[in-house]
Write a protein that binds this ligand. Structure first.
Ligand code: ZN
Length: 550
């Protein structure tokens, strides 16, 4: 089996804007272990006391299921011996299955960065590896700038690898540290190394030329049996090779399984879990795991997909735990709208006149500035409304929002807005006011506070994301589109609202959000006790549908 080493926690931590706490590292380690990678390179304990604490805390826990931990460090300082180098000593004593140390393989770096004699560098590599090995460690050598070094002085680059082998290294990782190599060059170089070095070889690439994945594949085909990368390709500058691209490629296209059976299907979910812990938004267009990886928009494509998914999908999305999405837009046509609505309205077929009515309404709304590509919730409500099947759970009778400028005080965060809101639910009125740190926040709080009195489940709802887009630049009278992502803790849905008034646009999006939640995720008894008898629905997944059948 091809070995995968994830270095999100070590090399990935070099990415701009990324920092990990010990707790973050533990959570990411657990997710990577569930994914089933062989190795997790989790930090540099000699350089970072927090990383040392991480390894120590992990050592007191039950062992991981799939993965083993690798601690990273460097060859000893040129002015010291390995025995006297505190960082190497800390690495030596750190509880991790493997110690990986990097050293210089490019002559230019030896003479200009390390500023030592080339022979001395070879001895630094050999003696540092030997020091760790002689104290009972498994040692790997990360050959920094190997491909640049090989291009510059082939014999010297190879001699650094021989030094590591003679010190007792059990694997050598060839690094394209600047991300400057082309795939053919990587293959030729790995083949040349393969002739000289008998221990297993690994590949570590960077994406400065956009070729990190291609270079990793070239290296494996030429004889590497160990691949390094990060989740989402995060890392210094343009990042590292993206394991979420490489793992599916190796598993599905090169018949080189690299995860335990069944684990490939977890990669989409776990990559998103890890992104969440890292507090980064996963790239929508990421191959295999991106939200757009199996999203279809053009009408002709959707028509093809409905006939045979292989027409526009390279693999079945379920193989990587992702899902097919049909985007709704005015380009989508009948096939796309039917693809979305067929599930909700099993009584319709592709040629039903209702589909045409929904398309007409969709185009009308898009002309007003709405977009439903990323607002599945609002699209469904729009379709229901067009077909006369939308349930209105409440009406907003009135609202006032008051904004005020406060003098900032250092000791107290003062609210900057208040909202007053009146709604009616099944003939009864509810009135509430709320404060917030902005008008939208105050209105959202007032709406949910009032609605919770009728529908207690609404108190579980929270806003996950909120985006405002100005649609036409005509000064302050421009149209504004507000997109909201909401959650009840187990589901996520998206809605949209448009108006010239940002508060009104937000309210429209919020109303859709609450309506969507009430029609999908709230028990029928709760709805009927708030609004009385429910008219018929035709949505099999909705609790209302069940209520209407009773
Ligand atoms: Zn690197």
């Amino acid at each position: 089996m091809l070995e995968i080493l994830d270095t999100t926690l070590r090399d990935g931590a070099q990415a701009e804007g990324i920092t990990f706490s010990v707790e973050d590292k533990k959570q990411i380690t657990a997710a990577l272990d569930e994914l089933g990678v062989s190795w997790i390179e989790a930090g540099n304990p000699g350089a970072n006391p927090m990383d040392l604490r991480f390894f120590q805390e992990m050592a007191s826990r039950p062992p991981l299921r799939h993965a083993s931990l690798v601690a990273f460090g460097s060859t000893c300082k040129a002015s010291l011996t390995p025995e006297n180098d505190p960082a190497l000593q800390t690495l030596c004593d750190c509880p991790a299955s493997v110690k990986a140390i990097f050293g210089k393989s490019a002559l230019y770096h030896v003479t200009h960065v390390l500023r030592c004699d080339p022979e001395e560098n070879l001895e630094l590599i050999r003696s540092s590896v030997h020091f760790l090995k002689s104290r009972g460690n498994t040692v790997w050598f990360d050959s920094e700038h190997f491909f640049d070094g090989f291009r510059e002085n082939r014999e010297y680059a190879l001699s650094t690898l021989r030094a590591a082998v003679s010190g007792g290294a059990s694997r050598i990782i060839l690094c394209d540290t600047r991300g400057a190599s082309l795939p053919e060059e990587i293959s030729e170089t790995v083949r040349a190394v393969r002739q000289e070095i008998e221990i297993p070889l690994g590949i570590h690439t960077h994406n400065d030329s956009g070729l990190a994945a291609a270079c990793s594949i070239a290296a494996v085909r030429a004889g590497c049996d160990h691949v390094q990368g990060t989740i989402g390709g995060i890392g210094e500058r343009c990042g590292n090779a993206d394991l979420c691209t490489l793992i599916p490629l190796f598993s599905l296209k090169l018949s080189m399984p690299c995860l335990p059976d069944g684990c490939l299907r977890k990669i989409t979910h776990l990559s998103r879990v890890i992104s969440e812990i890292m507090n980064i938004v996963p790239r929508e267009s990421a191959p295999f795991v991106g939200n757009s990886a199996f999203a279809h928009k053009a009408g002709m494509h959707i028509d093809g997909i409905l006939k045979d998914p292989a027409t526009y999908e390279q693999i079945d999305p379920e193989e990587v735990g992702n899902q097919r999405r049909f985007l709704v837009s005015d380009q989508v046509g009948r096939a796309g709208v039917y693809a979305r609505l067929g599930r909700l309205f099993p009584d319709l077929n592709r040629d039903s006149p209702e589909i045409g009515r929904v398309i007409f309404r969709l185009k009308e709304m898009e002309a007003q500035g709405y977009t439903y590509e990323n607002a599945d919730g609002s699209f469904e409500l729009l379709a229901m409304d067009t077909l006369g099947r939308r349930q209105r759970f409440f009406e907003v009778a009135d609202y006032h929002v008051l904004c005020q400028r406060y003098v900032e005080t250092s000791d107290k965060a003062l609210p900057t807005a208040q909202a007053y809101l009146k709604i009616s639910v099944g003939g009864r009125e509810g009135i509430n006011a709320a404060e917030g740190d902005g008008p939208v926040n105050a209105l959202d709080k007032a709406l949910r506070k009032t609605l919770s009195e009728f529908f207690p489940s609404v108190s579980r709802m929270s806003l996950q994301d909120f985006k405002v887009r100005v649609l036409n630049a005509e000064g302050t009278a421009s149209l504004v589109r507000v997109s909201i992502e909401s959650s009840d803790g187990s589901h996520i849905w998206n809605t949209v609202g448009v108006s010239e008034n940002i508060i009104e646009a937000c309210l429209r999006s919020l109303i859709d959000s609450v309506d969507y939640m009430l029609s999908h995720f709230v028990p029928a008894e709760e709805i009927s006790s708030a609004i009385g008898r429910i008219s018929g629905r035709n949505n099999a997944s909705s609790p209302l549908y069940k209520a209407s059948e009773e």
